[in-house]
Ligand binder design. Structure first.
Ligand code: MV4
Length: 662
């Protein structure tokens, strides 16, 4: 076994590798970019070497600097993690030339799987089923068209160097072939500097089932069963599981044997994954799976395999890389129970899954799950890297039990300071078809609307946020609402107005103070009485609600810009527009302010116009999306403060309505 290794990666996978290394008594060297100097993977390493500025091209992809860092620190091997340099055969060769061990397969094995056409030809020779089609050298359009006609439509044209869905074109009929071919060639050329393509029979609503394989340097290879990764969106995996729903012993044996044949055909050593496309339209049948590609690295979703086999795949990688044989044979392996992994991301799902950033003001994971993460409370999700916050992994005796655990674990997960995809993951875990194990790669797109719908915050969540924004919740834990001075500035006025923005919804709330602990919070439609039993800057003990309500406020330049409220397993994020927390007695909904910085695309009203509740007043373009700002009540426009083309800041006043007596 090695005594010291360098981990050429960051985030959760770097931390995960270090944990195993530590358990085995192997010292670890981290590398980090300037953006990651204070990050968790650096804190967990035994020593760390700065590797450049934030952009990955200047840091985590700097092969020479990484190898130099390994040499200087006396590391004997480099673990690449996933992504970055993990499947770069030139890097593997450089590592070996420097006298170090690459914890992964040989450069030749990576190259053999790098191009789709060559990999398919190799697999055909090894008797691994490949999708019917043409993957030869000839590229004349007329010839390829003939091939497509022979295969039968629909066909799929794929750039041979492609990946992640790039350079792929589906063709439904012969007359569309020429245009689709030109498109795939253009994309292949632009993305991979290679315009060669292959043609395949198109598999409708396929499932993505992959087999984990492991080889050693003594010629042994086994498989560690399958993972189903069919729940994807735009080729990004969302939830993975093992075993695959509906898998039979016969199919598993057929797929496992094929995957081991694939690994042996290229003399594979280390952890790898053989990806198959499966036509599951009529159950899982051994003549309906085909080789897609082989990933020559440890994968993001490896923990579900660990959960059902009880193995530590990173430990196996280290053992195999240091020359040990695999400590088991195929017959010694068995599946225990069922596991799921959900990828928790900082992203704005309702706005088209836009990556989000932010400081993690509050971060609490469920103790009932394995949470693989590279961030801690107080850390920042930056725009430089993948915005994954954690992988939530659960294991149960059955699929139903594991899925119930995932729902509970997500409900227990609290994140504030950035918007996340937790509600989307929760909706998926409650999805009827998914709950029954009816998975295919089209599921998310088909039911997208139902899955991304944002739940409007209940009035209790709005009330908690409003009280927090006004500073009435307290400034220290165990604040006695009767004696505290916190929030004293606002005691004077009998009522306060707070505007909260939740996604596309705007809530205008009135908070009436009866005394320092009893409030009435009124929205446009409802009112609720809230009595604080105890105050704190993090939780509110509210009369009539059994459990304390947890919330978190995020400040930007000294003012509360966002409040996150956790209520009954759901998370509600409210943005607080600047300058709308003024005390006074104006009716609610009188002012329309910009909920975020943006460009005024169109003003739809002028002073004196009569408007009804819900009428559009102005259209704001922000973060590449258009937002229509609407009237919160019936009334008359008093004044318009902006014109088309104006640039506005978060909270700027755009339109006001004539005040009316309540
Ligand atoms: C296919 C296919 C249907 N038929 N090939 C997408 C990414 C690339 N790795 C292979 N992909 C596909 N290849 C044939 N012959 C459908 C897909 C596909 C897909 C595959 C796996 C997981 C998700 C997917 C989503 C859309 C399309």
């Amino acid at each position: 076994m090695f005594s010291k290794i360098l981990i050429a990666n960051r985030g959760e996978i770097a931390v995960r590798i270090m944990r195993t290394a530590k358990r085995l008594g192997v010292a670890t060297v981290a590398i980090y970019s300037d953006a990651d100097a204070g990050s968790m993977h650096v804190a967990e390493s035994d020593e760390a070497v700065r590797n450049g500025p934030a952009p990955v091209a200047d840091s985590y992809l700097q092969a020479e600097a990484i190898i130099a860092a390994a040499k200087t620190t006396g590391a004997e091997a480099i673990h690449p993690g996933y992504g970055f340099l993990s499947e770069n055969p030139d890097f593997v060769e450089q590592v070996r030339k420097a006298g170090l061990t690459f914890i992964g397969p040989s450069a030749d094995a990576i190259r053999a799987m790098g191009l789709k056409d060559a990999a398919k030809a190799l697999m055909e020779t090894a008797n691994v089923p490949v999708v019917p089609g043409y993957h030869g050298e000839r590229q004349e359009p007329e010839f390829l068209k003939e091939q497509a006609d022979n295969i039968g439509y629909p066909v799929l044209i794929k750039a041979r160097a492609g990946g992640g869905g790039k350079g792929m074109r589906k063709v439904d009929a012969p007359d569309q072939f020429a245009d689709a071919l030109a498109g795939a060639q253009r994309e292949g050329k632009a993305s991979f500097a290679d315009d060669r393509v292959l043609i395949e029979k198109y598999v409708t609503s396929p499932r993505h089932i992959e087999i984990q394989v492991f080889g050693d340097s003594h010629g042994n290879a086994v498989h560690l069963f399958e993972r189903d990764c069919s729940l994807q969106r735009r080729h990004q995996k969302v939830i993975e599981e093992a075993p695959a729903p509906g898998m039979t012993d016969e199919m598993r044996t057929a797929m496992g044997d094929a995957a081991v044949k694939a690994a042996k055909a290229i003399g594979y050593a280390g952890a790898g994954t053989v990806e198959f496309i499966v036509d599951g339209s009529d159950g899982l049948r051994p003549d309906r799976f085909w080789f897609m590609e082989m990933n020559t690295r440890l994968q993001v979703e490896h923990p579900v395999t660990e959960a059902i086999t009880g193995l530590d795949l990173v430990e196996l990688q280290l053992r195999v890389a240091s020359g040990e044989p695999l400590p088991f044979t195929q017959s010694g392996l068995a599946i225990n129970g069922h596991a799921f992994e959900a990828r928790l991301y900082a992203e704005d799902v309702p706005r088209g899954f836009l990556p989000a950033i932010g400081m993690l003001d509050h971060l609490q994971f469920s103790s009932a799950a394995r949470n693989d993460t590279g961030v801690r409370e107080g850390d920042e999700i930056t725009p430089y890297y993948d915005p994954m916050i954690a992988k939530v992994i659960v294991h149960g005796r059955s699929r139903d039990e594991a899925l119930a655990k995932m729902r509970a674990a997500l409900a227990d997960t609290q994140i504030a300071g950035t918007i996340t995809n937790k509600a989307f993951l929760t909706a998926l875990c409650r999805h009827d078809g998914f709950s029954k194990g009816e998975v295919d790669t089209g599921l998310i797109e088909r039911d997208l609307e139902q899955l991304v719908g944002e739940d409007a915050a209940p009035v209790l969540a709005q009330a908690v946020a409003a009280i927090a924004v006004l500073g009435l919740a307290g400034t220290s834990d165990n604040d006695d609402p009767w004696s505290s001075l916190s929030g004293w500035r606002v005691w004077g006025a009998a009522q306060h107005f707070v505007k909260l923005v939740q996604g596309s919804a705007v809530f205008d709330l009135r908070v009436s103070l009866r005394n320092s602990r009893d409030f009435k919070v009124s929205s446009q439609t409802e009112a609720i009485n809230v009595s604080l039993v105890k105050r704190s800057p993090r939780r509110m003990v509210v009369d009539g609600h059994a459990r304390p309500l947890r919330f978190s406020v995020s400040e930007v330049s000294g003012r509360i810009a966002q409040v996150t409220v956790f209520l009954d397993g759901d998370t509600y994020v409210f943005d607080v527009p600047d300058g709308v927390t003024d005390a006074g007695d104006s009716g609610s909904g009188d002012e329309v302010r910009a909920p975020m910085p943006g460009l005024v695309k169109q003003v739809r009203v002028k002073a004196g116009d009569k408007v009804s509740k819900g009428d559009p007043l102005a259209v704001l373009e922000a973060m590449k999306m258009e937002h229509t700002l609407t009237a919160a009540r019936d009334g008359t426009v008093a004044e318009v403060y902006v014109a088309d083309g104006d640039q506005v800041s978060d909270g700027d006043l755009l339109v006001s309505l004539v005040l009316e007596k309540e």
